[in-house]
Design a protein around this ligand. Sequence first.
Ligand code: NDP
Ligand code: OXD
Length: 313
Amino acid sequence: MRCQNPAMHITFCCTDTKPEPWMEGLRAALPDALLSVWQPGTPAADYAVVWAPPQHFLDQQSRLKALFNIGAGVDALLKLNLPSQALVVRLDDAGMSVQMAEYVCHAVIRHFREFDGYAADVQQGRWSYRKPRSRADCAVGVMGLGVLGARVARALQTFEFPVNGWSRTPKAIDGLRGFSGPDGFHDFLGATRVLVNLLPLTPDTQDILNRGTLSRLLPGGYLINVARGAHLVEDDLIALIDEGHLSGAMLDVFRSEPLPQAHPFWTHPRITVTPHTAARTLRDESIAQIAGKIRALERGETVSGVVDAQVGY
Ligand code: NDP
Ligand code: OXD
């Protein structure tokens, strides 16, 4: 379908992202639109495709109808002063949830089956066996049951792990033990051995992974943080691992990214670091989704993935 408004202007303002392939894709998907790579002086646009845009870009957007964030998390965007008339639209899966399910299942299985221990033994030329662990004793708790968390929970169920889930509002997912709200949080943690964080970063969730909360996990607890670094009080994690209450962690996100060279996470023997790569933005899928939503908005329809700035996600 062609755009109804031939004068529609879409501008691209994404930090650390090469614009050319995005522009090519957007041009193919929306041939009637006027496209620009934003720079100071570019006229105000109808729609913007953004990642970490500067405040002065937003200040110039007097007629913007929607901002399309090329990621799922909008915490950085919501810290800015946004044009009040514009919708903020996050990427709505667009190929991310299957990647996140792969990452988390890999992390859980690697921990549960002790594959790091086997790899270390093999390095030493040792043919060793470890006692199989009980799956029933390895309840996995997923914090956040949104687009990504719900998919991760379902993927974990296929490996027959008991799965707990925690969300702000109650959620019914077949076979999942659901907890919600602040009242359900302690019981959720107390029933969980492997904790997966897939919450958005909001004032309510900042620092939520701390000594008090992580201590409530079942003994030998393991943390997988794939949401945002600012959810985790890093020193508390290291202390709990070193004290033996937690058995380790696999971390994809950090307070400071790239993770500083001198950071203790790099060398901690029980912490695995990955470079914010659990679920990457896939360009073609994202362009198709954004173009589809622009067309829908131009037809006066509603679209999914609109962020509620009041709740913060
Ligand atoms: P969604 O917005 O779809 O889901 C968020 C979930 O968190 C919802 O279930 C929501 O509850 C729950 N939640 C929010 N606030 C609270 C709270 N205070 N207490 C309890 N539950 C809460 O997010 P996504 O699943 O799409 O993404 C989650 C996060 O993953 C992103 O915000 C981003 O930070 C991170 N991410 C990381 C990537 C990586 O590569 N490492 C890639 C992509 C995203 P309810 O259902 O009741 O609304
Ligand atoms: C995202 C991310 O939010 O990459 O999409 O973390």
